[in-house]
Design a protein around this ligand. Structure first.
Ligand code: IPM
Ligand code: MG
Length: 353
């Protein structure tokens, strides 16, 4: 296994270091794992004047999988858009053709009290959001800010080709088959042509999956339903922008955004694995961050890229165990639990394994 390790900015290096501890444990047991680290985001800009340095992209291309921390920080906000950390992240997703972004939202029973919703609303929660990741208004052309009729206008293009919708649909239907066989496609077809096409293609693809119960929901309603009664959802498939928003909302159901991992996959299950949270500059460098989303992302790497279900389960069970043992970083801390730092949480997971 050749892994590209891209810690990025803010809390990125701290949380990635904890996942690397898990990898080192597996290595010490004999697993053939090669790791190479490279800068991305603000760190890429600092090192090479580019949020996605050439050498980093090359490493990521040659690796079997990529583990990423987070990118961004206030230091880089004034840079020109192409130089900003976020652009590095978007470019690596696009360059590696990682069009299917899997974002599971799962509630660990012991964390029900950490959610801002009532325990009965979130207990037993297990949702998978499949977000399209390389299209939509994130990448559509034309885009820009220009002067029209004497004033500035900003514009972006929401665009999906049917082949883009079809390939992410197939991934989502495939995942739904292995879960509750219920798929909810989220769009805004009452207003947007782009969504109208999205919905039509979903219906076409559904003919190949007669066992799946497909439903359609407008994104505004989906946002409401997600907070009202999230357990009605099993698998959700949606576009890049709506998926970005809904997955942040879903993360709060599970107690903390610090718990949610993600996998971004190409056609051949090569993937990049990252927590869905950002670089949290406010707590960076203070050993406070929750590394569990990153460690759970590593579990997803074993599950999806390496099809090593035993190791994936082992890592996930270790996370369940440390939660059950009462270890809590500040973001998931509730009275009576044992508050631990980022590195202590990493050590606890390694010990539990
Ligand atoms: C995410 C993030 C990114 C996105 C940002 C950092 C560009 O919010 O992965 O959800 O919008 O996709
Ligand atoms: Mg986001």
């Amino acid at each position: 296994m050749k892994l590209a390790i891209l810690p990025g900015d803010g809390i990125g290096p701290e949380i990635v270091a904890q996942a690397v501890k898990v990898l080192n444990l597996l290595k010490s047991e004999g697993a053939a794992i090669e790791m190479e680290t490279a800068p991305i985001g603000g760190a890429g800009y600092d090192a090479a004047g580019d949020p996605l340095p050439e050498a980093t992209l090359k490493l990521a291309r040659e690796a079997d999988a990529v583990l990423l921390g987070a990118v961004g920080g206030p230091r880089y906000d004034a840079l020109d858009r192409p130089l900003r950390p976020e652009r590095g992240l978007l470019r690596i997703r696009k360059e590696l053709n990682l069009f299917a972004n899997l974002r599971p939202a799962l509630l660990y029973p012991e964390l029900a009290g950490a959610s801002s919703l009532k325990p009965e609303v979130v207990s037993g929660l297990d949702i998978m959001i499949v977000r399209e990741l390389t299209g939509d208004v994130y990448f559509g052309q034309p885009r820009g800010i220009e002067v029209r009729n004497g004033e500035r206008v900003g514009f972006n293009t929401m665009l999906y080709s049917e082949s883009e919708v079809r390939r992410v649909a197939r991934v989502a239907f495939g995942i739904a088959m292995k879960r509750g066989k219920k798929l909810c496609s989220v769009e805004k077809a009452n207003v947007l042509e782009c969504s109208e096409l999205w919905k039509a293609v979903m219906i076409e693809v559904s003919r190949d999956y007669p066992e799946i119960e497909l439903c359609h929901m407008y994104v505004d309603n989906a946002a409401m339903q997600m907070i009202k009664w999230p357990k009605q959802f099993d698998t959700i498939v949606t576009g890049n922008l709506f998926g970005d928003i809904l997955s942040d909302a879903a993360s709060m159901l599970s107690g903390s955004i610090g718990m949610l991992p993600s996998a971004s996959l190409d056609e051949h299950n090569k993937g990049m694995y990252e927590p869905i949270h950002g670089s949290a500059p406010d707590i960076a460098g203070r050993n406070l961050a929750n590394p569990l989303a990153t460690i759970l992302s590593l579990a997803m790497m074993y599950r999806y890229t390496f099809a090593d279900i035993a190791t994936a389960d082992r890592i996930e069970n270790a996370v369940k165990k440390v939660i059950a043992q009462g270890y809590r970083t500040v973001d998931i801390f509730t009275e009576g639990a044992q508050k631990v730092s980022c590195s202590e949480m990493g050590d606890a997971v390694v010990k539990a394994m």
